[in-house]
Design a protein around this ligand. Sequence first.
Ligand code: FES
Ligand code: FES
Length: 213
Amino acid sequence: MRRKHQPAPDDPPVTSGVSRRGFLGRTSAVVATATATVVPGAPEAEAAAPGAADVPGEHLVTVRLTVNGEPRRLRVDPRWTLLDVLRERLGLTGTKKGCDRGQCGACTVHVDGRRVVSCLTLVATLDEHHVTTIEGLGADDELHPMQQAFLDRDGFQCGFCTPGQIMSAVCLAGEGHDGSDDEIREYMSGNLCRCSAYPNIVDAVKDAGRVRH
Ligand code: FES
Ligand code: FES
């Protein structure tokens, strides 16, 4: 049985030949390649989501949403979570599944600019909404300032919680809740780190805030 914060089988392995600083950059490259295989705005970009073979088609509903700037039209079961559709059908595995019950924050993404835990968000409720995942931050050849700050400050060890931490931190900074260490800790308290990289995460959030200001 997979432990709570152990990377999923399709997560990129961290080998002894890869530095922690290089890990996020390498992940971004892998993610960019995977994202490129998704047909942007395909008119019938339907997703046979998890368990689709066992679900009669009449139970599926159509959802039109934008994911990382790309319009998507999906046929989904009303019970499917945003997290599972992102990972299993759209190949956006940067968003991690930790607890799958809203307690760890590993699955944090943005919906219309606000952070949500995607494991508790039904994708069927997101018609006409905008979703941003860790793959949608920054540009092709330039990290988002928060991603860069996490790299510069070593704000991670295994990296499993990092996408969720960064997505939360971007919203926190946008909300102006990065005024002090205590405030950052309070507003990041929904994102757990099994490796206890918390001091470096706080430093990273402060650094990114200085870039913003
Ligand atoms: S996977 Fe833990 S909060 Fe969603
Ligand atoms: S859980 Fe390992 S870096 Fe946070």
